[in-house]
Design a binder for this molecule. Sequence first.
Ligand code: SP5
Ligand code: ZN
Length: 342
Amino acid sequence: MRLYHSETTKVRRAQTELHDGALVPPFECPERVDLVLAGLEERGLGEVCAPNEHGLAPVLAVHDRDYVAFLEHCWTEWQAAGHAGEAIPNIWPARTLRGDRIPDSVAGRLGYYALACETSICAGTFEAAMASKDVAVSAVDHVLETGTPAFGLCRPPGHHAASDQFGGYCFFNNAAIAAQRALDAGRRRVAVLDVDFHHGKGTQQIFYARDDVLVASIHGDPAVTFPYFLGYADERGEGAGEGCNLNLPLPPGTSMTRWVAALDEALAWIREGDCELLVVSLGVDTFAGDPISAFRLESDDFLEVGRRLAGLGLPTVFLLEGGYAVEEIGVNVAKVLSGFER
Ligand code: SP5
Ligand code: ZN
């Protein structure tokens, strides 16, 4: 399988994540990239290629222009304002405040554009997000050109990023960018299947009113799991997109037997949808050893995940989402990909 990776994805090295009431070193760290690379190499999965540079056009195809400009300049403005630490929001246009004003100061705009506050903005954030999206675009381009599968080692991840919101460790929605890229290359309909432990709220939001991208997600029940405010089973899409969104929330503690039944349901739904490309938002934070998640998949289960995904028979691009600082993330990603190729 063709693999895409860029060292530039590692230039974001945040120091702080607000976790359980304390500022801790972020779970979403650049070491993840090396762990995944090592896992891919160990299993001899294929040639690792550098992505091409694709500029901002594919980003602006799914994200708001002012949001992208905010991300580009946030760190410089935050420093110029004299703040000591990393850029972390502490105020939002919450339910009883106005949501129609974008403040002038960077502290206000941080709250406007953030969906959560665990994710700080620091030096290298925009550059890493740009590299991550280049990896996604190059990977999907490979699939579109050859019909053969590709994996994009995207970092930072993307599926929480909405059209104008960052958070959940995500800035640009790599999966949405890839799906839109396929449509712009002439595909009629694309499926995004999100198997990360967390609901891919940004992907859902971006395509919620559209029927050219089907979005299916299997994730921890938002009633008890981040992102809490989206990802429920009754969210089925709206307008032209009515019926084009499928959420399969599962309780904490879910292991492979139950998880794979949900996967089969999602695959059957996608099969009905007559799609020409599959984008897999590949989080491996469903692993039992994941430090921030609550499912119970074992390493060998990831082989079976790959096999079942292959059963769809669609041209497929895999893009990395979550999966945190445990040695096994590389092995687990590699197992999905080798199961797919079997
Ligand atoms: C891409 C991705 O996987 N993003 C995940 C973002 C999760 N951010 C907040 C996680 C809160 C976890 N709280 C769990 C407490 C366990 N002690
Ligand atoms: Zn996740």
